[in-house]
Write a protein that binds this ligand. Structure first.
Ligand code: HEC
Ligand code: HEC
Length: 329
């Protein structure tokens, strides 16, 4: 694995700024100082002062202040159904390590996607996030906003090795316990670790002018939809491990244990207690490509929806392996 530094798109101080997703110049940080040589360095002063550079800068703005530009009251068009910003999940505008990092995305598309069972362009993949976590309608593929997202992704991709292997490219892994994840245990952990920012009812908290959130919602009518990858228990736990609680974790120093992260993700994503917009799910026409924690039958195995959702996952992975298939999650 290459040793690279990720600093400088924002600033290099190892502090946490809560409101960072809502002002374009604010600094959510890449969590490492200049002394640490393990992450990629991005130098925003290198964005060119020409038309392409302008598109790159607008793309970064859109990542940080998505709702302000294209939210329900967006000044550039009303596309999103909620006021979350892309950076709420793809933190530091998609450049934070272990946070659904997007620095290789421009190199990795067009790509086959199991969920649609076809090859998607990066623009189509962006629209998937607009439609699911953001409950929105797709951006026109040739509009200024989509072109800006793609320009920005192209620009940040210049800093990563072309084989896509760099520190923090993928989220941290979770080791599966022998037991199922428990929404009940997760509830107590949520109250202890999450509610002070996201609220007891997962409703989050708007920022001062309500153009976005200081703390985004986790469920309810403005939360992400069930068809979103964040709704999958393993997927969310991998992200929580290096990203939440926001003020207590750094990319390499998880705060939650693996089982705590799974329990909390199970609680957040328990549809029996938490409602979400548009419960319609998006099926995987090809069962082989369906992630094991995507809890909607039919499956390629006989495990229940309950077990697919909460585990124990080890028997599912073992069954797939025995058949010579690769379990996705
Ligand atoms: C609620 C969280 C959330 C929000 C908000 C969100 N995304 Fe995503 N996004 C995800 C998850 C989860 C994935 C899947 C990552 C994976 O499978 O590793 C993803 C995947 C992607 C990918 C594909 C990455 C790749 O290389 O395969 C792109 C591009 C993307 N998102 C762009 C966006 C954009 C642009 C926005 C804002 C309009 C956005 N996302 C908002 C959670 C989110
Ligand atoms: C100190 C405040 C704080 C605490 C505590 C905290 N979060 Fe967050 N959370 C945030 C902020 C701020 C963001 C948006 C990050 C960004 O934009 O860079 C966020 C984003 C998220 C997101 C992605 C966006 C969304 O709304 O779907 C999830 C999921 C999440 N947090 C879950 C949790 C869970 C679970 C816990 C408890 C383990 C937790 N958070 C604890 C502040 C907090």
């Amino acid at each position: 694995m290459k040793k690279i530094i990720l600093i400088g798109l924002f600033s290099a101080l190892p502090i946490v700024v809560f409101n960072s997703c809502h002002t374009s110049n604010s600094q959510t940080l890449a969590a490492k100082t200049a002394d640490d040589d393990s992450y990629i360095t991005i130098d925003t002063s290198k964005i060119s002062n020409d038309e392409f550079g302008e598109s790159v800068r607008y793309g970064k703005e859109l990542m940080l202040k998505t709702a302000y530009y294209i939210g329900p009251n967006g000044i550039k068009g009303k596309y999103l159904g909620n006021k979350m910003n892309c950076t709420n999940c793809h933190q530091d505008a998609g450049t934070k390590p272990y946070a659904f990092n997007l620095m290789s995305s421009h190199d990795n598309y067009p790509q086959y996607r199991g969920r649609e069972n076809k090859v998607l362009t990066l623009a189509e993949r962006v629209n998937n996030c607009i439609m699911r976590p953001h409950s929105g309608k797709p951006l026109p593929l040739d509009g200024k906003e989509m072109v800006a997202f793609l320009s920005y992704f192209k620009w940040i991709s210049k800093f990563v090795p072309k084989d896509g292997d760099f520190k923090g490219a993928k989220n941290l892994e979770i080791e599966f316990p022998d037991v199922a994840a428990s929404p009940e245990r997760g509830k107590a952990l949520f109250v202890e670790n999450c509610a002070r920012c996201h609220g007891n009812n997962g409703e989050g908290q708007y920022n001062a002018d309500k153009s976005g959130y200081t703390y985004p919602p986790l469920w309810g009518e403005y939360g992400y939809q069930p068809g979103s990858s964040m709704h999958r228990v393993i997927k969310q736990a991998q992200w929580l491990k290096s990203n939440m609680p926001y003020d207590k974790v750094t990319p390499e120093k998880p705060y939650l244990t693996d089982i705590e992260a799974l329990d909390i993700a199970a609680y957040v994503n328990d549809d029996a207690i938490h409602s979400r917009p548009n419960p319609k799910t998006f099926d995987y026409p090809n069962k082989m490509g369906k992630p094991i924690d995507y809890a909607h039958s039919p499956f390629n195995d006989n495990f229940s929806e309950e077990q697919h959702k909460y585990g124990p996952y080890k028997p599912i992975v073992a069954y797939w392996k025995k058949n010579g298939w690769k379990a996705v999650y």
